[in-house]
Ligand binder design. Structure first.
Ligand SMILES: [Zn+2]
Ligand SMILES: [Zn+2]
Length: 125
């Protein structure tokens, strides 16, 4: 039986599910595009197979911003919650924001991407 991780946006208009067994790592990305889009130190995503991801409701509320020639950033048109990142270069994978998952993501975040632009105002480890 397929075991799903679930999540939703801030306004609750969008809900999604994703097949847990396709998980392939999670990362904090400190690139400046993630910082701008999330309004935060990083975008934090877990990577899954695209075919295991679907919207349970509110698919019509999802907008995608083309942040580069290949990057597509999915977010809620109503509340602005960031939901997904995908690349036209690897359409079989989709990255899903950890902060929108309910219950809390149970895995570990082992990778940091673009640490050169990690802000100095983060708490020191
Ligand atoms: Zn929303
Ligand atoms: Zn990034």
């Amino acid at each position: 039986m397929t075991e799903y991780l679930r999540g939703s946006c801030l306004c609750g208009g969008i809900a999604y599910k994703v097949d847990r067994k396709t998980l392939r790592g999670a990362s904090h990305c400190y690139c400046q595009m993630c910082q701008k889009q999330h309004g935060a130190a990083s975008g934090t995503y877990a990577n899954f197979a695209s075919e295991g991801f679907s919207y349970e409701k509110g698919a019509e509320l999802v907008a995608e911003y083309h942040s580069s020639d290949h990057g597509r950033r999915g977010f809620c048109k109503v509340c602005g919650s960031t939901l997904t990142w995908r690349s036209t270069q690897s359409p079989d994978r989709i990255a899903v924001t950890l902060g929108t998952m309910e219950p809390e993501f149970g895995g570990e975040v082992r990778h940091e991407l673009h640490p050169e632009s990690k802000p100095h105002w983060l708490p020191k480890a």
